[in-house]
Structures are given as structure tokens and as C-alpha cells.
Design a protein around this ligand. Structure first.
Ligand code: SF4
Length: 62
């Protein structure tokens, strides 16, 4: 699984970085993905973040 953030939409609310700090990190203005491939034991968290992102800007690629 891969995960992407549409940086034009991210509001830097930090929900994803709080929920899954092994996948997301805050950059200068927006959140960024810090893994190329999401580790299997983090996939559920990645899905959770995509579903709960208030800006709906986290996209999962299976
Ligand atoms: S949850 Fe969504 S809006 Fe909030 S920081 Fe993460 S990507 Fe940006």
C-alpha cells in the first residue's frame, strides 16, 4: 500500500501526524508522507487517517 497527500488541500490540522506518526510528519506548511510503502502493521492506521482527514486529501493506493 502507498499513501499520498494532496498538499494543495491539506489544512495542517495534524490529525494524521498524531494518529500515525510512523507514516506522516509535519513539513513546513503541510503534512507529508515519510514512507515509500506503508508497513503492513500500519495499513489500518493509514486507512483510518484517510477516512478521518477533514480535508479528505489523503489517498490510498493499494
Ligand atoms: S489529516 Fe489531512 S488535513 Fe490534517 S494534516 Fe493530515 S493530511 Fe493535512
Amino acid at each position: 500500500m502507498k499513501v499520498k497527500i494532496d498538499e494543495d488541500l491539506c489544512t495542517a490540522c495534524e490529525l494524521c501526524t498524531d494518529t500515525a506518526p510512523e507514516i506522516f510528519e509535519m513539513g513546513d506548511d503541510v503534512a507529508k508522507v515519510i514512507v515509500d510503502v506503508v508497513p503492513e502493521d500500519q495499513e489500518e492506521l493509514a486507512r483510518e487517517c484517510a477516512e478521518s482527514c477533514p480535508a479528505e486529501c489523503i489517498f490510498i493506493e493499494e
